[in-house]
Write a protein that binds this ligand. Structure first.
Ligand code: ZN
Ligand code: ZN
Length: 316
């Protein structure tokens, strides 16, 4: 299961009433942060998410409302006595941008691994040093699959989707039936294939049927491109930008490469997701709830995001 905290729900610039859009995903006591605008570390303090256990930071793009808070946050994480390496993912040219923006920080007690424009799918795995990124390995079942997609925004921008695999049940009777040696049960249970005594043993020889995992998708900032419906398909929760609430702002949404509530809701419908959470509201929109019907009339299970919104996604 994963615990989510929407740290902010604004777009453009931070205002006293609304932090900038950002999400904390908590999994197995460790954390993944998506985006870090100005003030995100203040929101983290306000909503008590902690700093020390943030292992991965996913940056969608380099507009200030998604990125300007990162150097400050990295310094604060350094002050929390973190020693384990931290991974930062983002589109090109994140490496060059980080090299200049981190330069003023005189001392960081931990290493930073930069993953620039990752492959479409990678694995996130628990290790002794927290969550780390790995290439997919066909020999084992990935713990979490992180997928990325190029979005349609005014600058290179990545969308992120997380799929937490749920291990099938271990069936002792099946293992016995297939005469799998007891010594290798635990490896097969972990999804590894094993060569043993001249034979190959595969996980399906001891495991039950596949079980549905948990999918979470996070899309901001973008126009609603066609490929997105497949990218988010079946998400338990789809967090999406809704920069403009009113249908009258469609022209602005097209011009500035954003979405209206109705467009985000259409994506949710086409992607057959379970729930839509809107975020990244324009600072000109005082009360996004006023426009909720524009989304709900298309996709009923729509929520309007707010700073500090929390939810736990569990296996069904
Ligand atoms: Zn933005
Ligand atoms: Zn943007």
């Amino acid at each position: 299961m994963i615990d989510l905290t929407l740290l902010g729900s604004g777009g453009g610039m931070p205002i006293p009433e609304r932090f900038l859009s950002s999400l904390i995903i908590e999994y197995a006591g460790r954390k993944i942060l998506i985006d870090c605008g100005e003030g995100t570390q203040v929101a983290m303090r306000k909503f008590n998410t902690g700093f020390k256990t943030v292992d991965i930071i996913c940056i969608t793009h380099f507009h200030g409302d998604h990125f300007y808070g990162l150097p400050g946050l990295l310094a604060t994480i350094g002050n929390s006595n973190r020693l384990e390496p931290l991974t930062i993912i983002g589109p090109k040219p994140i490496r060059a941008i980080l090299e200049t923006s981190i330069l003023p920080i005189t001392y960081l007690p931990y290493d930073i691994y930069v993953v620039e424009s990752p492959p479409e799918k990678v694995e996130i795995r628990r290790t002794k040093e927290g969550l780390r990124l790995y290439e997919l390995d066909s020999q084992r079942m990935p713990e979490i699959i992180l997928s990325t997609i190029q979005l349609d925004h005014s600058t290179p921008c990545l969308g992120y989707s997380f799929y937490l695999n749920r291990k099938p049940k271990f069936l002792v009777s099946k293992a016995m039936e297939n005469k799998v040696p007891r010594d290798i049960w635990k490896y097969l249970q972990e999804g590894e294939s094993i060569a043993w005594d001249g034979a190959i043993y595969t996980p399906d020889m001891v495991l039950g049927d596949e079980r549905r995992g948990i999918r979470l998708s996070y899309i901001t900032d973008s126009r609603p491109i066609e490929a997105l419906a497949d990218f988010i398909r079946g998400s338990d929760l789809f967090i999406c930008e809704g920069t403009y609430g009113s249908d009258d702002d469609l022209d602005k949404a097209i011009e500035n490469k954003h979405m209206t509530f109705r467009e985000a809701a259409n994506l949710a419908l086409n992607g057959e997701v379970e729930e839509l959470l809107l975020t990244h509201f324009s600072q000109s929109m005082d009360n996004p709830t006023e426009f909720k019907d524009n989304a709900v009339s298309v996709f009923a299970n729509t929520q309007i995001g707010y700073d500090g919104w929390k939810k736990t996604l569990s296996y069904k």
